[in-house]
Ligand binder design. Structure first.
Ligand SMILES: Cc1cc2nc3c(=O)[nH]c(=O)nc-3n(C[C@H](O)[C@H](O)[C@H](O)COP(=O)(O)OP(=O)(O)OC[C@H]3O[C@@H](n4cnc5c(N)ncnc54)[C@H](O)[C@@H]3O)c2cc1C
Length: 400
């Protein structure tokens, strides 16, 4: 079936932002068409949160986002909040639970959130066309008003008043990710901030990995530091390197060559602990003490790397200081990250100075909008990226 000859709003990308924008604009009475090159809408939603979609965070605030302009996201986040999205979720009878730190997940499956978005689109009269590839976008002259763009697609040519780019980031190409939005922005002369994989596991070199080969699958609560930023969450040793929420979070702040500093025992003062135990249990060996604080295989690996294994009575306080320093400040330079293959998000993107924070409209190209992950706004792990998708989509959908 070919596309209609014209529409008020054409949204490219039937992901989180595109679908919600479609529903919002449709409810204003706009004729809306959402197109996508993939075979199914919302594939990332289905994969998200381990299949249960961490759809928002109760503690969402601008400080949870990385952007060259940290103020840009404030307006949209304030006008469509986590409470607004939760109200919609409740209206659709979707049951949910808070996992930790305000992270809200579906009780059942992520499909519930996708179904909700599709129902909202249907109710608003927003049509969705899959398998639709964009071939060409041309700006129209004043004579074509109110239409401002002609879009050639694999399903026909359509004239549109508002064109919304909601094509997301580069992560997980097998889920339909493409550089479409970034390439279009560049072609149209919009500034982009450099792209890189965010919320992504670290890889280590074979030499760095070798001592940890028996620790794969082990995890522990750590504080990971990179520059000024720090996160206290769990770290997981993998076949390739380091993963777990603490590593994913700090990866968004890491750049190749930068040092990571990891406090492996953030909840305690190891030096004071060792000094106390030296008095209370002088005959006990250091490895036994460390193995009381983490898994045995990790304790063995780290003791092999950093310390001898003697009865506590045989250590000087200076030696304890050096040992405690190793555990509280493990410094390493990762070889790299796993990249877009496993990253949850793409850092960087369309420079927010190019867009109106009220409407997400391009300042240079009236009628052209960018929303969601394609914009240089990236959230921390924990439901913040979806909340940005909803908020930016809502800002655009109430205007486009
Ligand atoms: C495995 C995984 C788990 C995640 N879990 C969470 C989570 O639990 N909570 C959270 O907040 N965030 C999570 N995220 C991040 C979140 O999924 C994204 O931030 C969010 O989906 C971005 O929304 P978007 O609409 O901008 O892009 P997307 O949801 O990626 O949608 C973009 C759409 O555009 C389409 N498209 C791309 N290129 C073209 C093209 N050339 N032509 C036509 N269509 C195109 C794609 O097919 C896709 O449907 C996760 C990400 C991944 C990869």
């Amino acid at each position: 079936m070919t596309l209609p000859a014209e529409t008020d709003v054409l949204i490219i990308g039937a992901g989180a932002a595109g679908l919600f924008c479609g529903a919002t604009a449709g409810k204003r009475g706009r004729r809306v068409l959402v197109v996508d090159h993939a075979n199914k809408p919302g594939k990332k939603i289905l994969m998200s949160g381990g299949g249960r979609c961490n759809f928002t965070n109760l503690f969402t605030e601008p400080g949870n986002y990385l952007s060259e302009n940290p103020h840009f996201c404030k307006s949209a986040l304030k006008r469509f909040t986590q409470w607004d999205f939760l109200e919609l979720v409740n209206k659709h009878g979707i049951t949910w639970h808070e996992k930790k730190s305000g992270q809200l997940f579906c009780d059942t499956k992520a499909q519930a959130i996708l179904d909700m978005l599709l129902d909202e689109c249907a109710e608003a009269g927003a049509n969705i066309r899959m398998h639709c590839t964009i071939e060409k976008i041309e700006a129209l002259g004043e004579g074509s008003a109110p239409f401002r763009y002609r879009v050639s697609t694999s399903q026909g040519i359509i004239r549109v008043e508002s064109l919304v780019i909601a094509t997301g980031g580069l992560s997980i190409p097998t889920l339909g990710a493409s550089g479409f939005g970034y390439n279009l922005a560049t072609e149209l002369g919009l500034q982009l901030y450099p792209l890189s994989a965010g919320l992504v596991p670290f890889t280590l070199s074979p030499e760095q990995l070798q001592p940890f080969k028996d620790c794969v699958g082990n995890s522990l609560e750590v504080t990971a530091h990179c520059g000024e930023q720090q996160f206290t969450e769990s770290l997981l040793f993998t076949h390739r390197g380091l993963s777990g929420p603490a590593m994913l979070q700090i990866s968004s702040y890491w750049r190749p060559g930068k040092t990571l500093s990891i406090n492996l025992l953030p909840a305690m003062d190891l030096l004071a602990h060792l000094k106390d135990l030296q008095k209370q249990r002088p005959k006990v060996h250091l490895l036994t003490v460390i193995a009381e604080l983490m898994t045995r295989s990790l304790a063995e690996t780290l003791c092999n790397l950093w310390c001898s294994n003697k009865p506590l009575a045989d250590y000087s306080h200076k030696e304890f200081e050096a040992i405690a320093d190793h555990f509280h400040r493990w410094e390493l330079i990762p070889a790299g990250t796993e990249g877009y293959r496993t990253a949850e998000v793409t850092l960087g993107g369309v420079d927010t100075d190019e867009l109106s924070s009220k409407t997400m409209e391009s300042k240079q190209h009236p009628g052209l909008f960018f929303i969601g992950e394609v914009v240089d706004v990236t959230g921390h792990l924990g439901g913040f990226n979806f909340q940005w998708a909803w908020a930016s989509a809502h800002a655009c959908g109430t205007y486009a």
